[in-house]
Design a protein around this ligand. Structure first.
Ligand code: NAD
Length: 320
């Protein structure tokens, strides 16, 4: 039996994930759904944000639907989502940003770079090691090349090789792999790329970049489609997969029925496709489009529908 782990996490994760879970349950009542409670609230209650048994539970699932987890900027607190991505070796973070006139897939390296976790704070200095390995770069660029070839389009390599030697290394490996695969490619500095993607989104197809640059670029690019409430993501490895909105736990709106559940619903759509049901994935996408074009919108898109009302409208279409 197909097993799907459900992680609400913190903040608006408790509001948007139930909507996305409901959509999955409508399309796939035959799956087994089970909850895994990890995150900052759990740390506050128990002192443990995510234990080894939670990682084992996530690994036992065929796919994970994940909300968001609060990561307070505290010296002794380790990010739970970073731990999960590393433990499940979810090396590719796929973040699609698309609308009628553009369709961009941001492919972010998800396990190393500036999020290596190799850090030290002393009285006078703080250091974070930016780790870029040959294996890590080869596997992420190969993933990006496969997607670019499937879509028969351009691969853009985003880096900061003018300043960072680690990105000379990253860029050169990416270019060598792109040449070997015969894919059309270009490389751009990430700062200029971040502006150009807003000015000329139709130029871009697949963008491959390192961990922190991909994190920032996808938040920036979400502006093109209406903000963070809209953009889903897939975290993919060789053995596991986890689907989550690009947004975080949004403490400023948590518990107020204000969050847009679209990013979570689209993450569920990506999960459906991953589990072999692209038709179900497209049904979720189509239902979202129909609800929005009927004028039911959440506050971030200028409407007045709450999380629950918007979510219910999507579910109604899926059940009809
Ligand atoms: P955020 O994405 O939570 O929120 C940024 C802004 O976007 C806020 O104004 C928020 O209200 C808005 N927003 C986000 N999602 C929305 C939605 N679905 N509908 C409407 N508006 C939405 O980012 P942040 O405020 O920088 O971070 C908050 C917490 O989330 C932090 O603790 C951070 O570490 C964590 N975070 C977690 C993840 C993750 O678990 N993968 C990702 C990013 C941030």
């Amino acid at each position: 039996m197909t097993r799907v782990a459900i992680v609400h996490g913190d903040g608006i994760g408790h509001e948007v994930v139930p909507v996305a879970e409901k959509a999955l349950q409508v399309l796939h009542p035959e799956y087994e759904y089970f909850s895994v409670d990890v995150g900052f609230s759990r740390w506050q209650e128990t002192g443990c944000p995510c234990g080894d048994s939670d990682i084992a539970a996530l690994k036992s699932a065929d796919a994970v639907l994940f909300g968001a987890i609060t990561t307070p900027p505290m010296k002794d607190y380790q990010s739970v989502i970073l731990r999960i991505r590393k433990a499940l070796d979810l090396f590719a973070n796929l973040r699609p940003v698309k609308d009628g006139s553009f369709d961009i897939m941001i492919v972010r390296e998800n396990t190393e770079g500036l999020y290596s976790g190799i850090e030290e704070i002393t009285k006078d200095r703080a250091t974070t090691l930016r780790v870029v390995t040959k294996r890590g770069t080869e596997r992420i660029v190969k993933k990006a090349i496969d997607i670019a070839l499937e879509r028969d389009g351009l691969l853009t390599i985003g880096h900061k090789a003018n300043v960072l030697k680690s990105d000379v290394f990253f860029r050169d490996i990416c270019i060598a792999e792109a040449k070997a695969a015969g894919v059309e490619y270009e490389d751009k500095y990430i700062d200029a790329l971040s502006l150009d993607v807003l000015q000329h989104p139709g130029h871009y197809n697949v963008i491959v970049t390192s961990n922190i640059f991909g994190d920032i670029l996808s938040d920036v690019a979400s502006y093109l489609v209406g903000g963070l409430g809209l953009v889903p993501s897939a975290n993919i490895g060789d053995h596991f997969a986890l689907f989550e909105p690009v947004h975080g736990s949004a403490p400023d709106i948590a518990g107020k029925n204000l969050a847009n559940p679209t990013a979570a619903l689209r993450s569920a759509a990506m999960l459906c496709t991953y589990l072999g049901d692209p038709v179900g994935g497209e049904r979720i996408e189509a239902a979202i489009r129909r609800v929005v074009s009927s004028g039911v919108k959440t506050r971030d898109l200028g409407g007045s529908a709450g999380t629950k009302e918007f979510g219910q409208s999507v579910i109604n279409l899926l059940t009809s």
